[in-house]
Design a protein around this ligand. Structure first.
Ligand SMILES: [Zn+2]
Length: 613
């Protein structure tokens, strides 16, 4: 719509500039045995520019069987190569069409197993009885699922009829759904980009956890899921609405995925997909849910126009997440959580080098490069710093919150660039604009966007000191030689929040390797940490084990990587193994050989790259 249509996206080969996509309808049969989706896609299009063809993003694993344009007109089609993550299907129209023409195109096709359409064996699920299928669209994977204008700049409504075998349930990211026998009927009445269209088919049940929220999971996980999130999600939504304006998507449900799901959460509208790692038993990882809820405004309602502007989705969402956390748990807690985020950014920049071109907010994605390959902490945490800086310039939290509501209201259901967002900010605050705050030396908006490196402004996290200081001091005690066990015994960690433990472990990791023998003592002294079930603690403990070459606990790294396949846990541990001792390197290869088949296609490739480095 409007000018955003003109934004370029090197990650699509589709002719999205020639058409306005008004609606998409899918009619698919899910063949669990053959691992295939088969059926048709109907596109309602309005022609924007005269053209004789329709180009749609697709994938070599997808086969078009028949295409029909104007009634009775079969359309010839051919595939053309594009990149390693997809090809393009070119449909020839019977004659050139002029602007304003309404077209209905129907494409019969089948979609096979692929990076975007993931099939799991029964043993890869939690229940281990039935197979499972899910799609993952972000960033450029939904071209494996349906022929598409697979760019975030295009938004449309969609509907779908999904027929599944007996004993299976289908779920989609739609705000209306119904069931007719084995066919699930979905309708999404709000326009969304293609990457947010999501489908799951499996042995899935649900339980209410709030007036507009349910948890969905395999039957064996549903009790744990209900217990973990009963009553809390509504609280998160209410605070989000108070801060950012109406929640427009109707329901907010959470689906707990099988362990191999590569992300912490994926913000599919109406139903967030999350890793089962969030079932920590103590609600300690609910910040992931708060993050995904924040995407209901930042990302899903106002969307980055292309993947080079991904920080608009994630930086604003990190800021929104921490605003909600502050309202719920206080400023000192959200500062502590932000400090762990800053530590992740530090780790990332140390590994990649601060000057790496990916460490700018606006990333130049070269043609042919898979946007997923540019994924890192920078859009999240440097993006958070930039949004915090924008708030700092305003100087009044209430005024900045009001700006965020206006930003959402102004750009809802659109896809925008950073330039549009920042122009809106300066127009909203005319006194800041007249003071030219976008040109302050060293803090130029242009520098934030286009220069790699550590954030030129860091929000003050010192309000978190009452939680961080004790953790820092304890880390100092544990890195001493010899250990002062009396001083250590005086620090009681029993009441510490999970994020304090995480913060403490990050400090231990920084100081590692510890003097000889300390890590053995630490492992024995805090079973709460070394035997933790919480995934964030297991990740840190694994990193500490590897950096200290504490081979007695190597099996813990193995067990953790076997139990789940989240990318943000998997890659750091493989990096640590590869950078570790000979035994650690051998451990990496051993775990990979045993577990690679359960990893998501992309994660598996990233691990392979680490091991081959
Ligand atoms: Zn996110």
């Amino acid at each position: 719509m409007g000018k955003s249509k003109l934004v370029e996206d090197v990650a699509t080969a589709s002719s999205y500039m020639d058409f306005q996509l008004e609606h998409m309808h899918l009619d698919l049969l899910v063949d669990v045995e053959a691992r295939k989706l088969r059926g048709s896609e109907k596109l309602n299009l309005c022609v924007l520019r005269e053209t004789g063809e329709l180009r749609l993003d697709s994938h070599p694993t997808m086969h078009v069987l028949r295409a029909e344009g104007p009634p009775g007109h079969e359309l010839p089609w051919e595939y053309k190569p594009f990149t390693r993550y997809g090809n393009v299907t070119v449909l020839r129209l019977p004659e050139p069409v002029s602007p304003g023409t309404q077209l209905v195109i129907t494409i019969e096709y089948e979609a096979n197993e692929s990076p975007g359409v993931c099939w799991l064996e029964p043993q890869q699920t939690a229940g281990k009885k039935k197979p499972y299928m899910y799609t993952q669209g972000q960033a450029v994977l939904n071209r494996c699922f349906f022929p598409s204008f697979d760019t975030p700049v295009v938004k449309s409504t969609f509907s779908a009829n999904i027929t599944v075998p007996d004993g299976f349930t289908a779920i989609m990211s739609a705000n209306n759904w119904d069931r007719q026998g084995q066919t699930f009927v979905f309708n999404m009445t709000q326009p969304i980009p293609s990457y947010l269209v999501a489908l799951v088919v499996g042995d899935i049940v649900s339980a209410d956890v709030g007036p507009r929220s349910r948890v969905w999971a395999e039957p064996c996980l549903i009790e744990a899921a209900k217990k973990e999130y009963d009553g809390v999600i509504e609280e998160f939504l209410t605070v989000g609405e108070k801060l950012f304006g109406p929640y427009v998507w109707g329901r907010y449900d959470v689906l707990f995925m099988p362990p191999s799901f590569p992300f912490g959460g994926m913000e599919n509208p109406c139903i967030t997909f999350v890793t089962p790692c969030l079932l920590a038993g103590d609600r300690s990882l609910a910040d992931v849910i708060i993050h995904e809820i924040s995407h209901s405004w930042f990302g899903n309602l106002v969307t980055n126009a292309n993947w080079g502007e991904f920080w608009l989705n994630e930086g604003f969402t990190m800021y929104a997440q921490r605003r909600i956390s502050t309202e719920l748990y206080g400023y000192s807690y959200s500062c502590l959580e932000a400090a762990t985020g800053r530590a992740l950014l530090r780790q990332h920049m140390d590994t990649s080098g601060e000057d790496h071109p990916l460490n700018k907010l606006r990333v130049k994605i070269e043609p042919g490069v898979d946007p997923d390959d540019t994924y890192n902490e920078t859009p999240y945490e440097k993006g958070f710093c930039f949004v915090s800086y924008l708030a700092h310039l305003v100087g009044d939290q209430g005024k900045f919150d009001a700006f965020l509501r206006a930003y959402i209201d102004s750009f809802k259901f659109q896809s925008i660039t950073a330039d549009e967002a920042l122009d809106f900010y300066l127009d909203y605050f005319p006194d800041l604009k007249s003071r030219e705050v976008d040109k302050i030396t060293g803090l130029e908006f242009d520098r934030w966007l286009n220069t790699p490196g550590w954030p030129p402004f860091l929000p003050d996290l010192s309000p978190g000191n009452d939680l961080m200081k004790p953790a820092e001091e304890l880390a100092v005690l544990w890195s001493a030689n010899p250990l002062d066990m009396e001083a250590i015994a005086r620090v009681d960690i029993a009441q510490w929040k999970t994020y304090q433990l995480i913060y403490y472990l990050d400090r231990i990791l920084e100081k590692s390797p510890l003097p000889s023998g300390n890590i053995e003592e630490l492992a024995k002294y805090y079973p709460k940490i070394s035997e933790a079930a919480n995934a964030e603690l297991r990740l840190r403990w694994g990193q500490i084990i590897l950096k200290n070459d504490y081979q007695l606990h190597f099996h813990k790294v193995h067990d953790f990587l076997q139990s789940q396949g989240k990318q943000k846990y998997t890659l750091p541990l493989y990096r640590a193994m590869n950078a570790g001792s000979e035994a650690a390197c051998a451990l990496g290869r051993e775990i990979y050989n045993k577990t690679s088949e359960q990893l998501h296609f992309n994660v598996k490739n990233y691990v392979k790259k680490i091991l081959d480095a």
